[in-house]
Design a binder for this molecule. Structure first.
Ligand code: AMP
Ligand code: ZN
Length: 432
């Protein structure tokens, strides 16, 4: 039932002691980095006085911008010769961020991923097809080693090359896949085009959905299409990668491993803690990692705390599904909109297929929203009135969810460019 019973079911008081002990080591480590040494001296913080999670609030949070500015070595706490790997987040939009790992860091991370996979029911007899990109991105190698540690047959197929993915799914009858949700939806079109049925021809039992925000409706669709259980898998490269928080069999929120991180959920404007159940920004302090300690790292991800104990017996607190990011909120004619609200409406509408995108334009100083939606191919063969009704239905449901009326365009499957990586759902042309 548990990968590490003692640590997963540890009484909360003991967990607090463990956190305090690990935090103190982390503070000593942070003092060795250029970034935190400067920060402590600027804010007159004595790292030895930070002894338990409550003391952390005197430390200003660390941001992605800090990580970028500190590139390449300002967050490194150990001699470079102790480092055995680095991961880096894409530098397409500026300086990349880089995270270093000692051999022990990698070992702990592997264990953290194994614990997560085990909670979602992955076992030694599974065939694990890892459909995430291998390389600087953590979703490939990170999951890979965790699955191997459990003893699953781990297929490092990587992202993309859909035909090969399908062939492997069929030939090796993979029982577990790790996949980006938008790609899991998109892939179904290609599976059908090959004349295959994902429920009949494959043997998938467990799907790990990670690396991009997705709604409960999308999860249900993926489960329905593949005839499998889909588990939410949360992580970010800055604080290791996959395995930060994971769903257990009860699928009500993701256990965030509190022997690895100190969790805060804060109001992104005031930075004060939000009451349990309310949505705020996830802030994490790494307490079980040597090479790159991060104190109060602002993830930009919005979620709430799930209250109460989980029937699975794990004591680590649960966070809700990620509701969006602090930086993906759209302001459209003065209304705040999260792309996830649009996804929720579309994915719960019968007739809607697997891909969509939102385009924002500005015409004569007026903002315009166009929602392009792919719909099931058979609908184009039916009567036109039905199509018009579907379009109106989507439009009115969107209006009641996001309070603005978009133009809705229905398209045949395959019309909208699909991505093998994280999907780009919103195209904002208003600045151009
Ligand atoms: P990366 O550092 O490239 O792995 O990206 C990490 C980011 O991906 C996180 O900060 C989240 O915004 C997003 N992300 C990862 N996993 C999930 C998930 N299960 N649900 C929603 N967003 C996720
Ligand atoms: Zn649980």
């Amino acid at each position: 039932m548990y990968w590490e019973k003692q640590l997963e079911t540890i009484p909360r008081e003991e967990l607090s002691l463990l956190q305090a002990e690990r935090l103190q080591k982390t503070m000593a480590n942070a003092q060795k980095t250029n970034f935190y040494r400067r920060l402590f001296s600027r804010h007159k913080i004595d790292p030895e006085k930070i002894k338990s999670p409550e003391d952390l609030t005197v430390i200003p949070p660390t941001t992605k911008a800090d990580l970028r500015e500190g590139f390449p070595f300002d967050f490194l706490a150990v001699p470079l010769e102790e480092v055995v790997r680095l991961h880096s987040s894409s530098g397409t939009t500026g300086t990349p961020t880089v995270i270093y790992y000692t051999a022990e860091d990698l070992d702990r991370w592997t264990n953290q991923v194994a614990r997560s996979l085990y909670a979602a029911g992955v076992r030694k007899n599974d065939v694990f097809q890892n459909m995430m990109s291998y390389g600087l991105f953590t979703g490939g190698l990170g999951m890979h080693y965790g699955a191997e540690r459990i003893g699953a047959l781990t297929i490092p197929i990587g992202a993309g090359n859909s035909k090969r993915q399908i062939w492997f799914l069929k030939f090796f009858q993979s029982t577990t896949i790790h996949i980006i949700p938008s790609y899991a939806l998109f892939l179904t079109q290609l599976i059908k085009a090959e004349g295959l049925d994902p429920r009949r021809d494959f043997n998938i039992r467990t799907i790990l959905l990670g690396s991009e925000p997705h709604s409960e409706e999308t999860r249900r669709r993926v489960e329905e299409i593949y005839g499998a259980k889909a588990y939410n898998s949360y992580g970010l490269s800055e604080v290791n990668g996959p395995g930060v928080a994971f769903e257990c069999a009860f699928q009500e929120g993701m256990h965030l491993w509190e022997d690895y991180y100190i969790l805060e959920i804060v109001n992104p404007h005031t930075l004060s803690p939000v009451p349990p159940g309310e949505v705020g920004e996830i802030v994490l302090t790494t307490i079980y990692r040597d090479a790159t300690p991060l104190l109060r790292y602002r993830t930009g991800d919005l979620a709430s705390l799930v209250e109460g104990p989980c029937p699975c017996g794990r004591v680590h607190r649960r966070i809700s599904r990620i509701q969006g990011r602090t930086d993906d909120m759209l302001i459209f004619r003065g209304v705040n909109i999260f792309p996830m609200q649009i996804e929720k409406v579309l994915m719960s509408t019968p007739g809607v297929d697997t891909n969509y995108r939102v385009i924002l334009e500005r015409e004569d100083y007026q903002d315009k929203m166009i929602v392009e939606v792919e719909i099931k191919p058979e609908l184009f063969l039916g009567d036109l009135q039905k199509l018009a009704r579907l379009r109106e239905r989507i439009q009115s449901e969107l209006r009641s969810e996001i309070l603005v009326t978009p133009e809705v365009v229905l398209l045949e499957p395959g019309s909208i460019p699909a991505s093998e990586g994280k999907a780009q759902r919103v195209i904002d042309r208003r600045q151009l």
